[in-house]
Design a protein. Structure first.
Length: 103
């Protein structure tokens, strides 16, 4: 499965469901890069790597209430569907689940 492309996500949080757009790009060296756009703004993905589930793992820094927090993104991809979690590095914060389809 090719991960590169635009993915339309729906992120489920304790505060409701929110749309987001994930753009994954294959870089010249064969690695992946990308960014995610949501109502919280735009954030660059770092350390993007394909995983054994046919998806990817990455790190992103999100700004929440004026403070920057690191989060881990883990996703699986099957066909044109993506499922995963975003776990913000805040004690007791549950992972936010997301689903997505190719844009």
């Amino acid at each position: 499965m090719e991960l590169a492309g635009t993915w339309n996500l729906e992120v489920s949080t304790p505060f409701g469901k929110h749309p987001a757009t994930l753009i994954l790009e294959r870089e010249a060296n064969g690695n992946f890069g990308g960014h995610i756009d949501s109502r919280l703004g735009s954030a660059t993905l770092g350390g993007v790597s394909a995983n054994a589930t046919g998806g990817f793992d990455a790190v992103v820094t999100l700004e929440l209430q004026g403070r920057a927090y690191e989060a881990r993104v883990n996703a699986t991809v099957e066909g044109g569907r993506m499922d995963g979690t975003i776990k913000v590095n805040i004690p007791l914060a549950p992972p936010a689940r997301f689903t997505g389809t190719r844009g």
